[in-house]
Design a protein around this ligand. Structure first.
Ligand code: NAD
Length: 356
């Protein structure tokens, strides 16, 4: 029987509550599909600052590197808001992504039929169901480029630099093509090639790679057009691949289409099989400890881990389908429905496990 070694970073706020439910759900899926999950906890974010003085202890990096994959809750909270920038909980998050070489961020924007009402888009625009995957470059581009400030003739200026190499573009584009191959074989590459030189290199590099994936239908969109298309005709998209800054903005826009932040999973992948799986939402300090947190985004992140890092697609599917069934029976407060009972974080986790 396969045993997977998973590092868990529960983090702060609602992190421990939601990760607990995801761990139990992964274990249950393992029992059903013939593998076992061993979890080892490590510290990240505010809890790490409290225990060790830094948001990302070396031990945490070592623990994640040694594991088959890592599951993360969320970090941050008002308690650590006055920490200097490089010692804030969020610095731990950027640090662990860098230390693990995670250059691709995968964010599905899915609308569950039961939650269609929560979407700000009209039903006729969403259609039967909506399932978009945004693949965002995570460790390059303007967020990591040269930056600075200066002064000329008494006028202060600041600059940031967008810079991508062919190898950086190729490795993220490859993830995009590979994901498209596993889905509906449509890839839309998003750039600003009408203005930016870095985008022109991006577009040419992606186009050159298309020959390796003849089954994938490749299209290109400028980022401003893509932002519009996401709200007027989102059904046209299967997989979107884009740079760090464009992906940051477009994935938040796509998240909102689903209408409920407590449902959105994500994965960050590097060159190997391992990855970092986490909900899109933050640590929700306003509801921490009240039992109101929705654990489904973290449970669905666990399903993504099974699919993309552990190659247990059946177990992943079982979790996703159990989540759908659970939504028919009860809701957490954030996605409450007058027709259905309202349940706590723990009860929602139990309900999902009942349907596995
Ligand atoms: P947030 O996502 O934590 O919360 C926004 C709103 O959504 C809140 O009202 C919250 O109660 C609600 N919410 C979020 N997740 C929920 C869930 N699972 N179930 C039910 N309701 C949920 O964003 P914020 O308030 O801007 O940030 C709070 C803290 O989280 C900050 O310290 C921020 O820096 C941090 N943060 C961390 C991450 C991360 O760890 N990846 C991401 C975003 C924000």
């Amino acid at each position: 029987m396969n045993t997977y070694h998973i590092t868990v970073l529960k983090g702060d706020g609602i992190g421990p509550e939601i990760v607990e439910e995801a761990m139990k759900t992964l274990k249950k899926a393992g029992e059903k599909y013939g593998f076992s999950m061993e979890f080892r906890e490590a510290l990240l974010g505010g809890s790490a600052i409290d225990a060790t003085g830094v948001p990302l202890p070396q031990e945490t990096i070592d623990c994640c590197k040694a594991a088959d994959s890592t599951l993360l809750g969320a970090v941050g909270g008002p308690k650590w808001d006055n920490q200097p920038g490089n010692n804030r909980p969020e610095a731990g998050l950027l640090g662990i992504r860098g230390a693990l070489g995670l250059f691709a961020n995968l964010r599905p924007a899915v609308i569950f039929p039961q939650l269609r009402e929560a979407s700000p888009l009209k039903s006729k625009i969403i259609g039967e169901n909506l399932d978009i995957l945004i693949v965002r470059e995570l460790t390059g581009g303007i967020y990591f480029g040269e930056r600075g400030r200066g002064e000329k003739n008494g006028n202060i200026y600041a600059y940031d630099t967008e810079k991508y190499s062919v190898s950086e573009i190729r490795r993220i584009a490859r993830k995009g093509f590979e994901m498209a191959m596993k889905r509906n074989k449509k890839l839309c590459s998003v750039d600003k090639a009408n203005v930016l030189e870095s985008s022109r290199l991006w577009r040419k590099t992606v186009a050159d790679m298309a020959e390796e994936y003849p089954e994938v239908e490749l299209t290109n969109l400028y980022v401003d057009n893509c932002a519009m298309q996401l709200v007027c005709n989102p059904k046209q998209f299967d997989v979107i691949v884009t740079s760090n800054i464009f992906g940051d903005i477009l994935s938040d826009e796509a998240s909102m289409i689903s209408g409920s932040i407590g449902m959105l999973a994500s994965a960050s992948l590097g060159a190997g099989k391992s990855g970092l799986y986490e909900p899109v939402h933050g640590s929700a300090p306003d509801i921490a400890g009240t039992g109101k947190a929705n654990p489904l985004a973290t449970i669905l992140s666990g399903a993504m881990m099974l699919r993309y890092s552990l190659e247990e697609p059946e177990a992943a599917e079982a979790i996703e389908s159990a989540v759908t069934k659970a939504l028919d029976h009860a809701r957490t407060a954030d996605i409450a429905s007058p027709q259905l009972p309202q349940v706590s974080c723990k009860e929602m986790g139990e309900l999902v496990r009942k349907f596995i």
